[in-house]
Ligand binder design. Sequence first.
Ligand code: FAD
Length: 252
Amino acid sequence: MKIVVTVKQVPDPNSSLGLEADYSLAREKEVVLDPGDECGIEEGLRLKEAHGGEVVLVSMGPERARDAIRKGLSMGADRGILISDAQLAGADALLTAQALAAAIQAEAPDLVICGTESFDGSTGMVPPMLAELLGLPQLTFAKKIELDGSAVKVHRQTADGYQVVEAPTPALVTVTAGIAEPRYASLKGIMAARSKEIRQVGFGDLGIERGEAVETIEGVADAEARKAGAVIEFDGTAVDRILQVLAEAKVV
Ligand SMILES: Cc1cc2nc3c(=O)[nH]c(=O)nc-3n(C[C@H](O)[C@H](O)[C@H](O)COP(=O)(O)OP(=O)(O)OC[C@H]3O[C@@H](n4cnc5c(N)ncnc54)[C@H](O)[C@@H]3O)c2cc1C
C-alpha cells in the first residue's frame, strides 16, 4: 500500500498575518506545516500501520518547505518529494495541482490524502483538480477512512451527520481536521527524519507547461465586525423573550 500525502507549508496560524501588495499572504514570517495536512499525515501513518506499505509526502513550495516535509518525516512518514522551482513562484491552484499531479503520477500510489483546504489560500480547489488530472475518484470531507482490499470507504462529514461513500483504489481522499489527532514527533523520530530522503524536483522534471494564471485575487475586504449580543435579564419575561429570539432566528 503506497500512500501519498500532500503537505503545504503555510504562515503560522498563531502569528499575525500581513498581506503583500498583490493581496497574497506575507510569507517572510514564521511558517509551519499546515495543521490540516498534519491530520492527513496522521491518517496516512495509521493506515500504513494497519495495512503496511509506505507514506510519501509531496509538497510544492520554496526551498524552506523542506522543513514542513521534515516535520512529517519525524512523525513517521517514509520519504518526501519537494517540488521547488523559481518558475513555479506565484502558482495559482491549477498550476499547483498540475505540478503535484505530475510528481504523484510517477509514484503510482494506491491512495492520495489531501487536506480539505489549506490554512492560507484555502480555495479547496487543489484536491479536486488533482483527482481530475490523475483520473482518480475523489472522496471528500472524510472523518474516517477504511481500506479493504481494492476499495476505500470513508465517512463523509455532512451538516447533519455523515455519509458512507466507497470507491475503488487508487483514489484521492480529502480529510477534515477531525479525522485524527496528529501525533507528536518523538526524539527518535526527529533523529530518524534527518537521514530520510527528500527528493527535489524542478519544473523541467515535471513535463508540464506554465500557462497564464487563471486565478488572480482582485481585492480583499475585512470581515464584518461581529455585533454585540443582546443581554436578557432574568425577570418574569425572560423565557418568552428567549423563545422569541430563537423563533426569529428560525432555530425553533
Ligand atoms: C486567495 C488566495 C490566496 C493565496 N495566497 C497565497 C500566498 O499568500 N502566498 C502564496 O505563495 N500563494 C498564495 N496563493 C496561491 C496558493 O498558495 C496556491 O494556489 C496553493 O498552493 C493552492 O491553493 P490553496 O492553498 O487554496 O490550496 P487548497 O486547495 O485550499 O489546499 C487543499 C489541500 O491541497 C494540498 N495543497 C495545496 N497546495 C499545496 C502545495 N503547494 N503543496 C502540497 N500540497 C498542497 C494540501 O493538502 C492542502 O491541505 C493564494 C491563492 C489564492 C487563491
